[in-house]
Design a protein around this ligand. Structure first.
Ligand code: ADP
Length: 491
């Protein structure tokens, strides 16, 4: 270094330049070309390494001698000729599959060489990694296009399909082969005007457009489907090259939304009915308690024991009603959260029927004017949730007495094979055919809703209990003739 600094203008010899050239970390050099071979005049060590040699070893050697195959040499020679013809540096890509390498080559014509040959320079850039990455990226993009659940299409200015993916071909019910090259009008004449106008607008404004469609499903026109449909500009080098279209089916989401909306409505109905129904017995109770309080204030001398008895009977009935409403509400929330647990135990259904009948006290029967008569009651032992089945029977019996029109109510218990059937039949007001299914739904109360009505939950809860036992509940009814409710339970 100190030597160099003391001789700043020391001349650089040809040897210096040559060794400097040799050591350039680039594959470059000077060659002369015949019609079928290439003569290496000077190459860098980097080029020589490609042949597994030193630069000295390949100097003045023919490519064919260094092991190059004729096909590769022909590509080179062909491109050298192009550079000579254009008198400009010429670029091309050449792959050496056996060496797993791809070059981007730039060749320039220098002038005449020895023995009538043409002389060229070349410089090589190893683009293997870039190209691999590009082809990986291309593969990824292709897979992204092919495998997305979004139906995708690419349109030109004539509304012609340039490309579509499998998802779109499924939505449209038209194969890829039968779509590409066709126009919107060829395939969907009904939608062509509207969607064609949107495509034109996207070409013109470069703005994204999105809308929702509710139309019969192309694959099954008897069913309506919901879709999100959108168009967007595909901009290449600041020009709208084409328009991309996407479509996504949202029929299921819309269904879920509708169910959710229904559930919210049911909840709101429930809250308003429940609060109203809870208030009614509470108001009666309050009035009775207040009037009793006034009477006691007057020393209680004039309290009529008969009236007091009546008060307690009424108060008891109102608290019973409150109890039943609250139990129903709790059951509903259990059913909604899916935890209406069934705890089975072994017992005789005959005992349950007899106990249920006995529980309806004289006064209730007197008030409704009905009598309960037992028909065939067989002894049937099995395993069910006793409390829950009692709830079902009691509900059917309450309804039969309530809507029984002061006439006889009969009950029977029969067994056939491995099925047991409880029947509660009244001869009362009956149910219209169009209401039969409805009464088993939540909050369904038919006709006049009066003081004795519940929340319209009794039959809904009863059905859930019976279903949880693997059984069925049904009704045979005729207006003004009466109703027969049948509960079938597996043994
Ligand atoms: P609620 O708790 O109001 O009694 P239910 O679910 O038990 O509700 O009954 C729903 C509706 O079905 C009642 O409001 C009534 O209109 C009708 N219903 C039930 N049982 C009978 C019956 N035996 N005869 C006529 N209508 C009935």
């Amino acid at each position: 270094m100190s030597d160099n600094s003391s001789r700043p203008n020391s001349p650089i010899g040809a040897r210096d330049l040559e060794s400097c050239f040799n050591l350039l970390p680039v594959m470059t050099g000077i060659v002369e070309v015949t019609k079928d071979d290439i003569l290496h005049i000077r190459d860098t060590e980097a080029t020589a390494r490609f042949f597994g040699k030193t630069s000295e070893e390949i100097r003045e050697k023919w490519s064919s001698e260094l092991g190059s195959d004729q096909a590769s040499m022909n590509i080179w020679i062909n491109n050298f000729q192009k550079a000579k013809a254009s008198q400009m540096p010429h670029q091309f890509t050449i792959a050496y599959p056996s060496k797993n390498i791809i070059f981007e080559a730039t060749v320039s014509y220098v002038g005449p060489g020895g023995e009538g040959r043409d002389r060229f320079t070349y410089i090589l850039n190893d683009v293997t990694k870039n190209l691999r990455e590009n082809s990986k990226l291309k593969g990824q993009l292709e897979s992204l296009f092919a495998n997305t659940p979004l139906g995708l299409a690419q349109f030109d200015r004539d509304h012609c399909y340039l490309n579509i993916n499998d998802a779109l071909s499924k939505v449209n019910g038209v194969s890829k082969e039968d779509t590409i090259g066709k126009t919107l009008r060829d395939l969907f004449p009904d939608a062509a005007d509207q969607q064609g106008a949107i495509i034109d607008k996207v070409f013109e404004t470069r703005e994204h457009f999105q809308t929702e469609l509710t139309i019969p499903k192309p694959t099954n026109p008897s069913e309506m489907g919901h879709w999100v449909l959108g168009f967007y500009p595909i901009v290449i080098q600041d020009k709208v090259d084409s328009v991309g279209g996407y479509i996504l089916e949202i029929t299921e989401q819309r269904k879920v939304e509708a169910e959710l909306k229904k559930a919210l409505e049911i909840r709101d109905d429930f809250l308003s009915i429940a609060s109203h129904e809870l208030r009614t017995p509470l108001t009666s109770l309050r009035i009775w308690i207040q009037s009793l309080q006034y009477q006691i204030k007057d020393n209680g001398k004039d309290i009529d024991p008969k009236k007091l008895q009546e008060f307690f009977t009424r108060a008891f009935r109102q608290t019973n009603k409150l109890n039943r409403l609250i139990d129903d509400m709790l059951d509903i929330s259990r059913i909604q959260t899916g935890i209406l647990g069934i705890e089975k135990e072994e017992f005789d259904l005959k005992d349950l029927i007899l106990e249920s009948k006995a529980r309806f006290d004289e006064s209730f029967l007197k008030e409704t004017g009905c009598v309960i008569r037992l028909l065939e009651i067989s002894s049937v032992r099995g395993s069910w949730d006793k409390m829950r089945i009692e709830q079902v029977v009691s509900n059917l019996l309450t309804n039969a007495l309530r809507y029984g029109n002061k006439k006889e109510v009969t009950m029977s218990l029969t067994q056939e094979d491995d099925m047991v059937t409880i029947t509660v039949e009244d001869r009362g007001i009956g149910i219209a055919p169009e209401d039969i299914e409805r009464i088993f739904e939540r909050f369904e109360r038919i006709g006049n809703v009066n003081e004795s009505s519940g929340l319209g939950l009794g039959l809904f809860i009863s059905r859930q209990i019976v279903l949880a036992h693997g059984g069925t509940i049904s009704v045979d009814s005729e207006i003004s003739k009466g109703s027969a409710f049948k509960v079938c339970l597996p043994l």
